[in-house]
Design a protein around this ligand. Structure first.
Ligand code: C2E
Ligand code: MG
Ligand code: MG
Length: 726
């Protein structure tokens, strides 16, 4: 309630925008008002001067100056001063400020005249009201001289100065209305000047309601007091033609009072409604401005960290690269990545993850305070800075990241690319190269910084070749399926095959999956390769079935992205149908790291596969951080134990109990077990002894083309399980 009343009276706090809006609205209105006043007063001055010159009123020159001239000149100069201030406020223009000299001259003349009148004042000849008037005019004249001087000195807009001039101007207008109308009223005329001035000041300017109320009420009361005390009934009576003065009532008539009150009320109501209309317009504009400034802010600022975003980096970086005065050799692009950030995020939650990103962003920004620093995405930050001295800063940042560590070990990796004046590498390519350099050391614990060099360049070009040629490779049959046998520990017979992709390229020769899987995942093209492998495997099954060749169930590797990028289950279904491949001949391997992102669609796709009768295997168990969670959250038919557990099998005593327990776990969870990377007999015997059902590794065969595998079967080097003999 109190708030509503405060609001209604205009006593509430206004935002800077609203204040600014009111200020400009009033300055605009002041321009119109001052022009009207200037024209009007000039007209009055000319009119009166002409009458004087024509000799009609020469004898009354002093009395006319006292009553009218001084007011005309004062109003003329305050109108001019107001105009100059309003122009300065709105257009930031000082061009016409020397016109203030005219204001000083006129105001000075008025002041001198009023001083003269004051010095000659005698109560017998003049009334206290006259005395009051001299003082008011003199003070107004002095204040105008002061503000004129301020205008001449100050070039820039000062709000308080312009507003003070506006208040003085308004005051003079109202005072003029009161004085002139009181004089007119005394001689029986109407009070139009007063009413006009009230409307002029209150309705053209916007006042807070309580200020409007005070100004209106005060001016009406002063005017009322003036006319009720100075009323000369005889003159009025004469003027209206009353001969018998006894019939003329003393004091103001009810009619005048009622009209005066109605006028006061309606002007006040107009003042309030004008205020409300303007404020709602100001708020609307403020909201719009807020939205606009938010939009322009997020277009250059990273919402989470507050540092610049990729868009800003690209625009500004591009400008720098294309500036002929900039020596490109002196620059370096830096790509930063936080190792284990994903795991940190998973362990402590998004909120903590975001806090870490913010801290790292601020740390990098502080390290490169003079440079262009931005966040591209996730935990990737890119900097464009001077090469000189950058390495020392990078190494220091790589050290400082450890201060944010908790139970999760964190590392900051940085890849750098130096552009040169000779090449015309564009900004995207430069960032890509820095990123490539960064990725190349991700798995090297001891390295924090890597400069893009010739060797990396060769690898980078190969990577680009892969991305640009995957469609071509599939179309031209460069993608081949190699098969690696899966062997039973019971009788060493081949009971399955793993399909592993090879790219046999006319330019690069044989490319292993390590050269292209990650690249295709990064560029979201992996589904093309996996769909091709599914098709090739189904086709091979058909050939073996039709030609009575030995074959065994094949496990196919699916990437997590396959489920996102295409309907991989649909692809499998249609290929199986086309080549009439039974479900028992295809198994699906999903790598453990695919399951770290909690994606519901992956869960439902896995369910679809199982519903269709396919077995789903968990690949590389134990290679990541969330192995056990993967087992808890998803249902698998087989667990493929990562070859990492066998890497130092003979030296590390701990490998055996670990493997033993994992195999036990598979039994408890009713899964089959398969260990990858079996390279020697010792490993095989141990796995057989702990009851690991299946093994796969170089001990039996490397991945080879299917015909080579069959040859080895025919030669008796490998024995296929009877169930799959043809
Ligand atoms: P993976 O699925 O875990 O495959 C096993 C990898 O271990 C294969 O490497 C295989 O050659 C290798 N390997 C097998 N036995 C031994 C051994 O005794 N010692 C050693 N040191 N290595 C052994 P490869 O063929 O280079 O494949 C690497 C990875 O690439 C695969 O790991 C799989 O994650 C991925 N990959 C391969 N083909 C495809 C594919 O068609 N699609 C997808 N999405 N990924 C594939
Ligand atoms: Mg695999
Ligand atoms: Mg594996």
């Amino acid at each position: 309630m109190a708030e509503t009343i405060k609001k209604w009276l205009g006593l509430d706090k206004q935002s800077d925008h609203v204040k600014r809006f009111f200020y400009h609205t009033n300055m605009r209105a002041s321009i119109y008002m001052s022009v009207v006043v200037i024209v009007l007063e000039l007209w009055m001055i000319v009119r009166m001067t002409r009458t004087i010159i024509q000799g009609q009123l020469q004898s009354q020159i002093w009395s006319l100056t006292e009553k009218y001239y001084s007011n005309y000149f004062l109003l003329l100069s305050s109108g001019l001063l107001m105009l100059l201030f309003a122009v300065r406020a709105l257009y930031d223009s000082r061009k016409f400020r020397f016109a203030a000299i005219a204001v000083i001259v006129m105001s000075l003349a008025v002041c001198i005249f009023e001083v003269k009148m004051l010095s000659e004042y005698s109560p017998e000849v003049k009334t206290p009201s006259d005395l009051q008037n001299y003082i008011i005019l003199m003070l107004a004249g002095i204040s105008m001289i002061v503000f004129s001087v301020l205008l001449l000195i100050n070039g820039v807009d000062k709000k308080w100065e312009s507003l003070s001039v506006m208040y003085i101007f308004s005051f003079e207008c109202i005072n003029f209305g009161i004085v002139i109308s009181a004089n007119t009223f005394k001689t029986g005329g109407q009070v139009l000047t007063f009413l006009t001035m009230e409307l002029f000041v209150i309705c053209l300017l916007v006042w807070r309601p309580y200020v409007g109320f005070l100004v209106l009420t005060a001016s009406y009361l002063v005017f009322y007091y003036k006319i009720s005390t100075m009323i000369d009934l005889q003159t009025v009576g004469k003027f209206v033609g009353v001969v018998d003065f006894s019939t003329v009532k003393t004091g103001l008539g009810d009619g005048i009072k009622i009209n005066g009150f109605t006028m006061w009320l309606s002007t006040l109501l107009f003042c309030i409604s004008n205020y409300n209309k303007t404020i709602s317009q100001a708020i609307k504009e403020e909201n719009l401005e807020d939205v606009n400034s938010y939009l322009s802010k997020i277009s250059v600022e990273d919402e989470l960290t507050g540092i610049h975003n990729m868009v800003y980096f690209r625009t500004e970086g591009d400008k720098l690269l294309h500036d002929p005065s900039v020596d490109k050799n002196s620059l370096v692009f830096l790509f930063f990545d936080i190792v284990n950030f994903k795991y940190y995020n998973e362990k402590y939650g998004f909120h903590e993850g975001n806090a870490l990103l913010k801290s790292v962003a601020k740390m990098i920004e502080a390290g490169f305070s003079e440079a262009l620093v931005s966040r591209f995405s996730d935990d990737h930050f890119v900097v464009l800075t001077a090469y000189e001295g950058s390495e020392a800063v990078i190494l220091e940042l790589c050290e400082r990241i450890h201060s944010f560590e908790r139970e999760v070990h964190l590392e900051l990796k940085c890849g750098a690319y130096r552009p040169s004046n000779d090449d015309n590498t564009d900004l995207s390519l430069a960032c890509d190269r820095a990123r490539f350099a960064c990725n190349s050391i991700k798995k090297h614990y001891e390295l924090g910084y890597k400069l893009y060099d010739k060797q990396l360049d060769a690898r980078f070009r190969q990577k680009q070749y892969i991305v640009n040629n995957i469609d071509n490779a599939i179309e031209n049959g460069y993608i081949k399926v190699y098969y690696q046998p899966v062997v039973s520990t019971k009788d060493k017979s081949v009971v399955g095959l793993e399909a592993l992709a090879r790219w046999i390229d006319p330019t690069y020769g044989l490319l292993p999956p390590g050269a292209f899987i990650e690249v295709l995942e990064e560029y979201r093209q992996i589904h093309k390769l996996d769909s091709c492998i599914i098709r090739e495997v189904c086709k091979e099954y058909r050939r073996s079935a039709d030609e009575n060749l030995p074959f065994a169930p094949v496990s196919i590797n699916f990437s997590r992205l396959d489920f996102e990028l295409c309907d991989i289950v649909g692809v499998l279904k249609s290929c199986a149908k086309e080549f009439d491949t039974p479900q028992e001949y295809i198994d699906i391997e999903i790598t453990e790291s695919a399951l770290t992102d909690r994606q519901d669609f992956l869960k439902s796709a896995m369910k679809d596969l199982r519903d269709l009768g396919y077995k789903v295997w968990l690949d590389d168990f134990g290679s990541g951080y969330s192995s056990l969670n993967a087992l808890k959250d998803h249902h698998f038919d087989l667990l493929k134990i990562d070859m990492k557990f066998l890497s130092d099998f003979s030296q590390n005593d701990r490998s055996r109990p670990i493997l033993g327990n994992i195999v036990d776990l598979t039994r408890q969870l009713e899964m089959r077990s398969l260990t990858e990377g079996v390279e020697d007999k010792e490993q095989f015997d141990f796995l057989a002894s702990i009851g690991c059902e299946l093994v796969q590794g170089y001990l039996f065969s490397k991945p080879v083309p299917i015909d080579e595998l069959r040859e080895r079967i025919y030669k008796g080097e490998l024995r296929i399980n009877e169930a799959y003999m043809k």
